[in-house]
Write a protein of this length. Structure first.
Length: 75
């Protein structure tokens, strides 16, 4: 189940919501359903050492860890 970030168009409240299937989220502040979906920092990529969607890092040669060489305790 993905987590999406929203801005309520009625009260300008920013919030995240866990969305299941065809569920339509509502603002926890005013219960409005007029929401604008935002790109989350996870979807865009960050400066935390992770990688953005679409990048294909090389797996570690020792253990196969998808984060790449040096990510595990084997090397």
């Amino acid at each position: 189940m993905p987590i999406f970030s929203y801005i309520c168009q009625e009260c300008s409240h920013h919030f995240d919501s866990l969305v299941q299937g065809s569920m339509i989220p509502e603002c926890p502040n005013c219960q409005a359903k007029n929401l604008e979906k935002q790109l989350s920092a996870f979807a865009v990529g960050g400066s935390d050492g992770g990688y953005a969607m679409g990048e294909d890092p090389e797996a570690c040669g020792s253990c196969g860890d998808p984060r790449g060489p040096g990510s595990c305790s084997l090397n």
